[in-house]
Design a protein around this ligand. Structure first.
Ligand code: B12
Ligand code: SF4
Length: 710
């Protein structure tokens, strides 16, 4: 019997035991949404039973139904005996089971238990600008936090995501309606405006709820947010431990300063005027061996909006690149592969209801393989489990998982074998943050890699037939023109992308890629830039990054842009600054169309996938031409004469005008070809974005970019 059927049968058994009636037919989708399940039970049991509570995480939902004789029926819908659950300490003395050896038991619940099983009411909301990123991704941040909250068996957690049709006005309305005791807001880059509008509305209430904000952006903007909203709480890292602590705090179990990972304004200092800033102890990196998995309430809606499934199998990274603030992300820790099957099984159930969605899971690990001595075998095991569950998968990792200049042939052959096996085990694409091919730039980025290492890795991966995406930061504020030219040359190299060589052994490939004649013979002749995810990307000086500090020390830093979590900066060579500015406008004008194509690529397979990739290649090709022409324009201006800025800007502007005209002509045919091979449900999305792109005129910045490359 499949697990869904078994859970529905247990639910029916629970209803029978509690009220002596049969459960009306229920859609098994309610199993992923505890609040809906509770509503369904309340409706079905009206008059035949008392109160209903549903809590616990996805794989161990706990349904509690009050009988008319005031005793409760408590059911673990997973079928595991109650005594095998790690019951939170608060339940002791408040929830007493008669038969802990069974999954179904009569119980005595006192008022505290009845209250705690549903209070506080928690709303977890993810913000979003749909106009920037048209296609949604499953919101892992709030879904992970929800799972941690439900594991405490306290409260009722509702999830809302602006990617999935909820508007800011809806969120404001829900907060004003006062049905939530705690509101958790998740914000990533570009969402500061939405955050402040929501918080302004919430704090204007006479009795605002307890509000906690988390996510990549809030970790950058903590000080600013706490200045503007004195009562706000900031989750400073992984939010699981923080929400668990906050629920306990709401019930008075612990003081605020014992809630892990919080930033907040403390009590008055000195004369009582100033408010001191406080930080509670940071939780240790989430014990990834225990749990970094989500609740799936919003997965059906994500698919309903043509979005993609995301999951993490590890947290954190093995490196500290200078442009990547690590504060809230931390060092690498991997989850144990044996924890994955149940999670994947739960996701598969939802996928089953959307047969047209590609069975691909995006493993959004910052570094998929990791650092331990068993890293390779763990990665293979994770891949096996994901593949056996019927999925293909994509992820990201570092180049040093392919080539290490301090390792010998044996290590490289072993890794080559690992990469081939990962492909056999469903790897659909792996993203590598190459970022540059120029050593001095890589040093500045603290990438801990070299140009030669990157070149060898690209050769190895292509010869092994590993589908890749490479990210590359073309412009950075501290670069010289020589570096930019070297970067341009590197992106144009035709000796790096090799033909897949399935007939060669891993040893032969590991040796061959180091031999220039071998590489020349095996090269496809395609320039590297055809494999770069996003062309013409400029460095973003993120708040808190070491690179940003270098820019500040060089006197190049300007305004802080809280919405983007970054600091404006000038370029050490003003001419590169002009080129970067125009490059950004080129990226922005083409971003929504490219992002739509990229998102379609994620949900498609077969010929339609190839057609979409072809369309993206046309965009990249033109971008490379633009870069070459910009460099030629820069060279007409001497470096020490910034008064030439207007002249250079006009010249580059004219180049872009001409190139966008040529691109329009090329894309017209390309999009038509793509549309022919697309499933009907996606044609509308593509044409909407394409028409928007075609009718855009002029050049402007829209403040989005995506070199994190996902
Ligand atoms: C998907 C993704 C995107 C998507 C986001 C769209 C979407 N619909 O989700 C896209 C592709 C648009 C994107 C863009 C960018 N991204 Co991005 N992205 C990611 C990625 C791969 C996964 C995000 C995720 O789901 N993480 C998993 C969840 C569980 O983590 P989380 O969201 O941080 O949530 C945890 C905590 O933050 C906290 N939390 C979150 N919300 C809440 C709410 C409450 C109430 C509480 C209590 C706690 C809490 O608890 C959660 C669980 O522990 C991450 C890598 C990663 N593994 O995080 C990079 C990452 C977040 N991106 C990053 C960057 C730099 C960017 C860009 C700024 C790149 C750029 N320069 O343009 C752009 C921003 C674009 C823009 N202008 O808006 C960096 C951030 C660097 C940093 N250390 O801060 C990351 C970490 C990747 C990296 N290592 O470089 N990105
Ligand atoms: S940029 Fe990538 S490799 Fe570098 S520290 Fe961040 S996650 Fe790690």
């Amino acid at each position: 019997m499949n697990t869904v059927k078994a859970e529905i049968l247990r639910l029916a058994g629970t209803v029978r035991y509690a009220a002596g009636i049969e459960l009306p037919a229920v859609d098994d989708a309610v199993l992923v949404e505890p609040l809906r399940l509770r509503t369904v039970l309340e409706a079905g049991l009206a008059g035949a039973a008392g109160q209903v509570r549903v809590t616990g995480p996805l794989e161990r939902r706990l349904a509690c139904v009050e009988r008319l004789d005031a005793r409760w029926v408590v059911a673990d819908l997973s079928g595991q005996p109650h005594q095998t659950r790690a019951w939170p300490s608060w339940t002791s003395g408040h929830l007493e089971l008669e038969d802990p050896g069974s999954w179904l038991s009569l119980a005595r619940l006192d008022g505290t238990a009845v209250c705690r099983l549903s209070r506080p009411g928690v709303l977890l909301a993810a913000l979003y600008h749909p106009e920037y990123f048209p296609l949604p991704r499953f919101p892992l941040g709030i879904s992970d936090v929800a799972r941690a909250a439900r594991s405490t068996l306290m409260g009722t957690v509702c999830l809302a995501d602006m990617q999935l049709g909820v508007t800011l006005a809806d969120l404001v309305h829900q907060v004003r309606a006062g049905s939530f005791d705690i509101v958790g807001v998740s914000a990533t880059f570009g969402q500061h405006d939405l955050m402040t509008r929501l918080l302004d509305a919430a704090y204007a209430l006479p009795l605002p709820p307890l509000i906690v904000a988390g996510g990549s952006l809030t970790a950058r903007n903590e000080g600013l947010l706490l200045d503007r909203y004195p009562r706000l709480l900031i989750a400073r890292g992984g939010g699981e431990a923080t929400i668990e602590g906050l629920l306990a705090h709401w019930h008075g179990d612990i003081p605020l300063d014992q809630v892990p990972g919080l930033g907040y304004n403390g009590g008055p200092r000195g004369g009582g005027l100033a408010i001191s800033r406080r930080r509670t102890a940071r939780p240790l990196t989430r014990d990834a061996t225990a749990d970094i998995f989500p609740e799936l309430d919003l997965l059906p809606a994500t698919f309903g909006h043509h979005g993609v499934a995301q999951l993490e199998t590890s947290r954190g990274c093995t490196n500290f690149c200078s442009f990547c603030p690590r504060g809230h992300k931390g060092m690498w820790a991997g989850s144990a592969p044996e924890r994955l099957p149940w999670m994947l099984e739960q996701m598969r159930r939802v996928f089953d209801r959307y047969p047209h969605i590609s069975r691909t899971v995006y493993l959004v690990d910052e570094e998929f393989i990791g650092r331990d001595s068993d890293a390779g075998s763990r990665a293979l095991e994770v891949a096996r489990v994901v593949h056996e569950a019927g999925f293909r998968w994509e992820s990201s990792c570092r180049v040093d998982q392919v080539v290490r200049l301090d390792e010998g042939l044996g290590w490289h052959a072993g890794r080559a074998r690992m990469w081939r096996t990962l492909v056999q085990r469903g790897l659909r694409r792996m993203l590598f943050g190459v970022e540059s091919g120029v050593d001095s730039i890589l040093d500045r980025f603290a990438k801990e890699t070299t140009g030669q290492q990157n070149a060898l890795a690209i050769r190895t991966l292509s010869a092994l037939g590993v589908p890749t995406r490479f990210t590359y930061i073309t412009f950075d504020h501290l670069m010289t023109l020589e570096e930019l030219k070297a970067s341009y040359a590197w992106q144009g190299r035709t000796d790096l992308l090799l033909r897949p060589l399935p007939h060669l052994t891993p040893e032969q490939i590991a040796r061959g890629v180091r031999d220039e004649d071998f590489a020349a013979g095996a090269a496809t002749g395609s320039p590297l830039h055809t494999a770069i995810s996003y062309m013409l990307v400029s460095m973003e000086c993120l708040i808190g990054a070491a690179y940003t500090r270098k820019v500040q020390a060089a006197g190049l830093a300007g305004m802080v842009r809280p919405s983007m979590g970054r600091v404006d900066a000038r370029f050490a060579d003003w001419r590169i600054g002009v080129a970067s500015h125009w490059a950004q406008m080129w990226v922005d004008r083409n971003f929504a169309l490219d992002y739509t194509l990229k998102s379609l690529e994620k949900v498609l397979d077969g010929p339609s996938w190839h057609a979409v990739r072809q369309a993206r290649a046309v965009l990249k090709d033109t971008a490379y031409t633009v870069l070459g022409e910009m460099i030629a324009a820069i060279e007409t201006e001497p470096p020490g004469h910034p008064e030439g800025e207007h002249r250079l800007s006009a010249r580059i502007g004219a180049i872009l005008d001409m190139q966008i005209g040529l691109l329009h002509a090329r894309m017209d045919d390309t999009v038509r070809e793509v549309a022919v091979s697309l499933p009907a449900s996606h044609v509308g999305t593509l044409y909407r974005e394409y028409e928007r792109w075609q009718s855009a005129d002029g050049w402007r910045l829209i403040n989005v970019a995506d070199p994190c490359g996902t």
